[in-house]
Design a protein around this ligand. Structure first.
Ligand code: ADP
Ligand code: MG
Length: 617
């Protein structure tokens, strides 16, 4: 009964937003937000939503589902009608707000457009006032929407479209009866768009019972990656990404790099920032004329450029042998585009490196990528300040050697000799002065890495000194494990010492060193799950205030919004529960996650002979 379209993102689609039946106002805001091209699900679903068909969209998080329904819906809104034409049901208050904000963003050029998020916990009165004033789109959680409908404060007589966003999540959270109730109350003529990452039976039932000859769009497709590509991730978000990137660029030995970002604007911004830091980087995006793009790619091939910052659109199909690294600065829309992206490296049988930046809220994508590539994505081991400084010194010495080996030193040699005699200064000191001249005002060595941030968005508790709290009194955030350190306030240890030691020794960004609690004889700290064994061992021996901290993991109740399935396991250490998919691999001891992928053993550790990043050509 249903038409099913399975999209295989391997076949690049040429569809642009202009090919879709979107209003000029919408196209204008798309230009503002910098989306270059519809994502696969958008390209496929938008025409059907525009045509008024019922749709069933099945795709993972981050595939761009919001715009897939919001854009065509907004293009069809009748601005003169003041009662809700569109209702979106979302599982949580956060998602409802997010979707409402997306509507607002895309409707920026639609004068007088109103979207109202309604969810529990915010006042009925405010929501009522707004409903009376007139709204075009309501986005809400099922419970609160039901309340308003029962009180007759939300009338859906003019409802044209009902969207069920993250239907499987609504089911999981026990809202499915509410959803059905709402469905029953809406006019039978309304269009339904249902989105879900998975298709459990109950969602399928709803589809069969309520959707009218729906078009079923699935974003699937086999994803395979070259086994020669090592995949690593680093948890970072927002403005900390640039810091993380520059540190990685300094630590990695690379030839050519492609950095993927989401928008055209971001390609240009990041290219400028990297150029300012001395890298030969260029942006590649769809606004650049085709022949110019080819020139840029040729420069990358010839080594005149080392780093390309691109969007999925333009970097698709790039075949440049010297690309040693792909950095996913922004997470991709789906696992398929991830596979496409990292396929730019490891070409012609070479090995390649893929590094992914994920924000804590994007963790689901990380798991999906592991499943899709059937390969572990390891935690990136950030080099410590000492590592970086040692490397700088090594590079510096190497430069001296190379220069000495080259010809043409005679003239300078003579001048130095003269200087030595005239001023009676040893050659070593003269050389030091020359090195300083070359270095300029940039400091040669890095200072300690952690920048302990202060301010209202401070996630850690840096103020607790010698508090009398037990270590289970702070909720443990998802993606973190709690550790005990055998140093406390009796040694005059402060949070700053702990952050500093862990950040430097483990190379963990201070942003991820959370919930420090210092007690008399010990302290606790929360660190990201998935700590590799080598780091764990290093940290065990790390000394603070002269005493080894003897790091131990402690068991605590999970404080997130979900019961914890497995305890005391580093992320990726086990293969149970929600990770699914594969067998074998590191079970048991926390951090026993090395070597569970082929080739992992010999590549781990610090002995990778990091060479100089090629800077500032
Ligand atoms: P989903 O609902 O599938 O999880 P979202 O709709 O939340 O995904 O979109 C994920 C992210 O992708 C958002 O930040 C959104 O702004 C961005 N995005 C959506 N469509 C595009 C596009 N065509 N080009 C670039 N970015 C996009
Ligand atoms: Mg969504």
């Amino acid at each position: 009964m249903t038409e099913t379209t399975e999209i295989n993102p391997e076949t690049p689609s040429e569809i642009t937003f202009k090919d879709l039946d979107l209003s000029p106002e919408i196209l204008k805001s798309l230009d503002d937000v910098g989306y270059e091209k519809p994502s696969p699900i958008q390209a496929e679903i938008i025409p059907h939503v525009s045509a008024g068909r019922d749709v069933l969209g099945q795709a993972q998080t981050g595939t761009g589902k919001t715009a897939a329904f919001a854009l065509p819906i907004l293009s069809k809104i009748d601005m003169s009608i003041k009662t809700p034409q569109v209702l979106v049901l979302a599982p949580t208050r956060e998602l409802a707000i997010q979707v409402a904000e997306a509507f607002q963003k895309y409707a920026k050029h639609m004068k007088g457009f109103h979207v109202l998020p309604i969810y529990g916990g915010s006042s009925y009165d405010g929501q009522l006032r707004q409903l009376k004033r007139g709204v075009h789109v309501v986005v809400g959680t099922p419970g609160r929407v039901m309340d308003h409908m029962r009180r007759k404060t939300l009338k859906l007589d003019n409802l044209k479209t009902l969207v069920l966003d993250e239907a499987d999540e609504m089911l999981r959270m026990g809202f499915i009866d509410d959803v059905e109730w709402v469905l029953e109350q809406t006019p039978p003529t309304r269009q339904i768009a249902l989105f879900s990452a998975t298709m459990p039976t109950q969602i399928r039932k709803i589809t069969n019972n309520y959707l009218n000859k729906p078009v079923h769009v699935t974003i699937k497709g086999k994803a395979t990656t070259a086994v020669t590509i090592r995949q690593r991730y680093w948890m970072v978000s927002g403005r900390h990404k640039l810091d993380a990137l520059t540190r990685i660029l300094e630590a990695e030995t690379f030839d050519g790099i492609i950095i993927f970002v989401r928008t055209k604007t971001a390609t240009v911004e990041l290219a400028e920032k990297l150029q300012a830091r001395g890298y030969s980087a260029a942006a590649l995006n769809g606004d650049i004329a085709q022949n110019q793009r080819e020139q840029i790619v040729n420069k990358l091939k010839k080594g005149q450029i080392d780093i390309l910052i691109g969007t999925d659109v333009v970097a698709r199909g790039l075949d440049v042998e010297r690309i040693s690294h792909v950095i996913n600065y922004d997470v991709p829309h789906d696992t398929e585009s991830y596979v496409h992206r990292i396929g730019r490296t490891g070409r012609a049988g070479r090995s390649g490196e893929a590094i992914l930046f994920v924000a804590p809220r994007e963790k689901r994508m990380l798991y999906a990528i592991e499943r899709a590539t059937n390969q572990r994505v390891e935690l990136y081991v950030m080099p410590s300040t000492e590592d970086i400084n040692n490397k700088r010194i090594e590079d510096f010495k190497q430069k001296i050697t190379t220069t000495l080996e080259a010809n043409g030193l005679e003239l300078f040699s003579k001048i130095i000799e003269e200087y030595e005699e005239e001023h009676n200064i040893p050659a070593q000191e003269i050389a030091a002065a020359l090195a300083k001249m070359v270095q300029g005002s940039e400091p040669f060595l890095l200072k300690d890495m952690p920048k302990v941030r202060a301010g209202r968005d401070e996630p850690r508790d840096l103020r607790s000194h010698g508090g009398n709290r037990e270590y289970h009194d702070k909720p443990l955030a998802k993606g973190f494990s709690r550790y005990r350190l055998e140093v406390g306030s009796d040694l005059d240890v402060r949070s700053g010492n702990i952050v500093g030691a862990i950040a430097n020794e483990a190379g963990i960004d201070s942003e991820f060193i959370n919930n420090i609690v210092i007690r008399d004889d010990h302290s606790t700290v929360d660190l990201p799950e998935g700590m590799p064994d080598s780091i764990f061992k290093t940290l065990k021996k790390t000394r603070i205030a002269g005493k080894a901290i003897n790091l131990e993991q402690v068991e605590v109740e999970f404080g997130g919004d979900e019961p914890r399935k497995r305890r005391g396991n580093f992320r990726g250490g086990g293969r149970g529960g929600d990770r699914g998919g594969r067998s074998g691999g590191g079970r048991g001891r926390p951090g026993n996650n090395r070597g569970s992928r082929s080739g992992g053993g010999e590549r781990s550790g610090g002995g990778r002979g990091r060479g100089a990043p090629r800077r500032g050509r």
